[in-house]
Design a protein around this ligand. Sequence first.
Ligand code: GLA
Length: 669
Amino acid sequence: MSIRRLLAGAAAVLTLGACMVGLGTAPAADALDNGLALTPQMGFDNWNATQCTSTFNEAMIESIADLFVSSGLKAAGYEYVNLDDCWALPARDANGNLVPDPVRFPDGIKAVADYVHSKGLKFGLYSSAGTKTCNGQSGFPGSLGYEQQDAEQWASWGVDYLKYDNCNNDGTSAEQRYTTMRDALLATGRPILYSICEWGESQPWTWAGSVGNSWRTTLDVTDNYSSVLSIYQANIQLGQYAGPGQWNDPDMLEIGNGGMTDIEYRSQFSLWSMMAAPLIIGSDIRTATPATMAILSDSDVIAVDQDPLGVQGTQISSVNGLDVITKPLANGDRAVALFNEGDAAATISTTASAVGLPKAAGYSIKDLWAGTSTESAGRISAVVPPHGTAMFTVHAGGSWQTLPPAVHTGIDYPALYAGAPPLVEAGVTTTVTTVTGNDGALPASAGNVSLTGPAGWTVQAESPTGFPALPGGRQQSTPWSVTVPAGTPTGSYTLHASTSYQPGSTTVGYDLTVYVVAGQPAGVSSLGDDQWISSVNGSGPMERNTSNGAAAAGDGKTITLNGQTYAKGLGTYAPSAVRYYLGGGCSTLTATVGLDDERNSSSSGSVAFQVWADGKLVTQTGVIKRGDPPQQLSADVTGASLLELVVTDGGDSNISDSADWAGAQVTCA
Ligand code: GLA
């Protein structure tokens, strides 16, 4: 079981109607006629990083504007600096005007807009197409019924961008509410980019092309891989509705917020760019790592997002969670992304003809993340790590003969079952195989393959590592014995494979994450206390011995199912999956499972629990809905090495899907 399979039922069911696709730099015929967002908007919004905390204030926003200039983000194309919810006071003034919060914005909003403008940037603001905004505690005023008054106030402040949310909307049709604000913005005479945030509820892609410059297609992104994956799976299906001036918006970037690996963050940036999505930075870049800045500033990937042809990429294949996405570019080239949804490294391949390029003797391939260029006879492939994305631009013909052949190297690691992560116990020797393939039309010559492990590990080649020439279309495999020293602490470690070859003294590398594991002790162990191999969770990190809480780590409460409390267990939020190493010595898993009471008891929520042992489903609940009694689960895990506990969203979205494995424990010999 893998995270991509647990999400299979989670993607929104999308109704695809007729719509025009925009081609070229002019807006599509049915696009909102404000001349804006001819390529997807780029900028910053504070919400994902700050929500309504006191960090969100004038000083922060002004230093983000400063940083846009000093860090090169402005030069990279980021333009809008936007405020999200909580910028206003809870009440309008006597004239019905919105009032900036004087604590957060002591100089008012116009002063901040002026500051942002003084940096050569544009300024954005937030409101809701309802009576109140979405922040539940204070309930800030929304713009329903105040559209013209608010639009004029914003225009007088110099607002260039409106994000218009959907909370507290009194049930009035979305099309009507969003169209009223469109007309109000147009009537001000100021060009204001109009970003519809309706969460895809009434399929805005079918009606919003002439209403807004972009429309959210899903519920909110959160800073975890399962959220990014499920939003991608929904948004990728909507390509036909996107074009210059009218974009699908899969929500803002989480890159840099800390809940994902850099591999996963590069996937969000790659996939969003392939989908011609708005690129709105959602982390506090004042404290960004160099890796975060490198991802956000990657000019080759940004160029794919901003390509003037303005066509959203299409998924041309998705087999076992290995996806090929292609996007035509204005110069006739194709952007290609190879995305590995799953948990095990995999080689993903396509061809130049499959991505829509004409026949040629050779192709030039630029690897956008590596920054290298190679030639290919037509195959486009990469060894892609779990949750990773390789991204290329491919050009038919040209001066491909001057480039080194497209060589890639991977590591085949013996797996418990297809899709299982690489596992090893301390003290054990494993035979792994490096595989080097050449997609080029020309041979790779004078090659050498190496494999290195962490300090103290013994890594020995069992056959020659060099090759005089590797012809195009051929592979070379080398077995290696890898010994993990006895006493190595459990955790994740890296094996690094590298191949050097001619011409051009070229080197390609690949990192494989290997988990050093130890079997469970004899007796009964509580999974809330045990070390797991890996976990994914639908909202923030999975919690030990508390409920899930919200996105922050450690913010859960006592696990409570229908009023009954539990001292131990796992607090998750669907879709979630956690993997434990059992080592073959355990017999039974038991748990009480259900929706946690931490969510308002009147709220919705539906989930299903599954127990997988060595890749086989051994027991599951049906769908458990809010108010249903918790269920006792007992699963036979005799002899299994790998235990995986999965919570699905029950087949609908994951709203209020806070779900616990209360009292979860394994019995081992
Ligand atoms: C909604 C939106 C978010 C954010 C919050 C602010 O949830 O979808 O992007 O704007 O409201 O309260």
